[in-house]
Ligand binder design. Structure first.
Ligand code: PMP
Length: 387
């Protein structure tokens, strides 16, 4: 029996063998010519993946929370006001980080599983002079998808800088940083970007860099300070050796491989593939008689799905799904934690993985004693996956 399980949580995900090969290669010096080339190329490729041709990319060792910290530490000054369009757990985290650097934060909330209406965003933005508007593109705790394009337009009209937490969206959900006017789009390596955990990734647009250059106070976080990292990014891109903090050499090499693969697939094809996988999993979940945390299709993400346990089934289902070969994740949002689970489907996840996962969920539901017609979920997914 095959021992290894399929990892279908919303990050870390399954990784491509070529990416893992780069991870396992002999570690080189951070100023070795081949590493300088890989780092420089990864920065150039980030601009293409983020669809931000004029943006300033940053690659720093750390998790997604560090990417949030980088954005907040460099843009917030004591006394600034920030609006957090709050769609769940990770929006709360962003608010805490903004506050830590001295911002006064207002929240625009929606009920769990929903997102604020555009007219409410517009009204909220008119209520104060917000230097920053923070949006969580996909809140991984609820699988709710934000309307980044429209909210960013409104934020820009109101003179606010828009920070998008794209940890569960970049390279999966449609995100056109420059065309939409997003000032900072950040993520981490372990989700749709397709690299093991350990890199904080961020692209800052020209307005964000200008705001950073015009700061009145020093950045309150030494490690996160762009004054330390900007010369390093510029040096690697110019293929010159440099040093501030030792980069995560193997992870950066792996990132360059993964970004190369992403660009070979092409951003539009990649967005379409994630859309299709997301719809297929949701159709399967519905066909199995399970509800979902997002209240409506149009507010549901495509990089993960958050099914509610059906009547009579609890979190022991996850163990049964695992016994059938697939690892999915439990609930995360504190208000509904025990009521749902989460399936990640991003990065190199393919049609076969999606079908294997639905099959394992069906096996798990049978083991949990749930009354349904086995095969119904697979058929619903298959109907959307075959051409
Ligand atoms: N934001 C979102 C939307 C996330 O999903 C996560 C991680 N699940 C984070 C931020 C934090 O990232 P990390 O766990 O890598 O620090």
């Amino acid at each position: 029996m095959k021992g290894r399980k399929l990892l279908m949580i919303p990050g870390p995900i399954e990784f491509d063998p070529a990416v893992m090969e780069a991870m396992g290669a002999a570690t080189t010096s951070h100023v070795a010519p081949d590493f300088i080339e890989a780092f420089g190329q990864a920065l150039e490729r980030m601009r293409q993946v983020w669809l931000a041709p004029d943006g300033q990319p940053f690659i720093v060792a750390g998790s997604g929370t560090l990417a949030m910290d980088l954005a907040a530490a460099n843009l917030v000054e004591p006394g600034d006001r920030a609006l957090v369009i709050n769609t769940g757990y990770f929006s709360d985290r962003m608010a805490s980080i903004l506050e830590r650097y001295g911002a006064t934060v207002d929240h625009l909330r929606a009920p769990v599983g929903d997102r604020p209406a555009t007219k409410d965003v517009e009204r909220a933005l008119g209520q104060a002079d917000y230097k920053i508007t923070a949006i969580t593109h996909v809140d991984t705790s609820t699988a709710v998808l934000a309307d980044v394009e429209n909210w960013t337009r409104l934020s820009r009209q109101a003179g606010s800088l828009t920070i998008v937490d794209g940890v569960c969206s970049v390279a999966g959900e449609v995100l056109r940083q420059q065309a939409w006017g997003v000032d900072v789009a950040l993520t981490a390596s372990q989700k749709a970007v397709g690299v093991p955990p350990g890199l904080a990734l961020l692209v800052a647009g020209s307005r964000a860099m200008d705001a950073f250059r015009q700061r009145r106070y020093p950045v309150a976080n030494y490690y996160a300070d762009w004054n330390n990292w900007l010369p390093i990014m510029e040096a690697y891109e110019a293929r010159r050796p440099s040093y501030f903090g030792t980069p995560a050499v193997n992870l950066v090499a792996a990132l360059n491989v993964s970004l190369g693969q992403i660009l070979v697939e092409g951003m539009e094809a990649r967005f379409e593939r994630h859309y299709r996988m997301g719809r297929a999993v949701k159709a399967a979940v519905a066909a199995l008689g399970m509800g979902q945390v997002p209240l409506r299709d149009e507010v549901a993400a495509h990089t993960l799905t958050a099914p509610r346990y059906p009547e009579g089934v609890d979190s022991s289902l996850l163990g049964h799904i695992k016994a059938a070969g697939v690892i999915v994740a439990g609930g995360l949002h504190p208000a509904i934690k025990t009521e749902y689970f989460r399936i990640g489907h991003m990065g190199v996840t393919n049609v076969g993985d999606v079908l294997a996962t639905i099959g394992a969920i069906e096996q798990g539901l049978v083991a949990a004693g749930y009354d349904f017609e086995p095969g119904a979920g697979l058929a619903a997914a298959q109907a959307l996956l075959v051409d």
